[in-house]
Write a protein that binds this ligand. Structure first.
Ligand code: FES
Length: 90
């Protein structure tokens, strides 16, 4: 019996139980789990947890690595003004 309270994504404090529930709710790839739980959206951007999430998906869905759609890498984005781009410090 595995511990469903085990933290898989430390940055967002997402547990194994939450990931299993996301899969039960229809997540079929890393992006689907990410959208439902925020696993992989923390400060490390999934470098610590993405492989664990992939492994859980493979095990639960009985898929191979090649069957899973890779998560598209997207850098964190935040809005900034043109003034900041132009060097305005305010
Ligand atoms: S451990 Fe999941 S985003 Fe950092």
């Amino acid at each position: 019996m595995e511990d469903k309270d085990m933290i898989i994504c430390r940055c967002e404090e997402v547990t194994l139980g939450e990931i299993l529930q996301a899969i039960k709710d229809g997540a079929r790839d890393v992006t689907g789990v990410k959208r439902r739980t925020r696993a992989g959206m923390g400060s490390c951007q999934g470098s610590s947890c993405e492989r664990l999430v992939e492994g859980i998906l493979r095990r639960e869905l009985k898929k191979t690595q090649a069957d899973l759609k890779p998560d598209p890498a997207r850098p964190p984005v935040m809005p900034i003004t043109f003034g900041v781009l132009g060097g305005d410090q305010d």
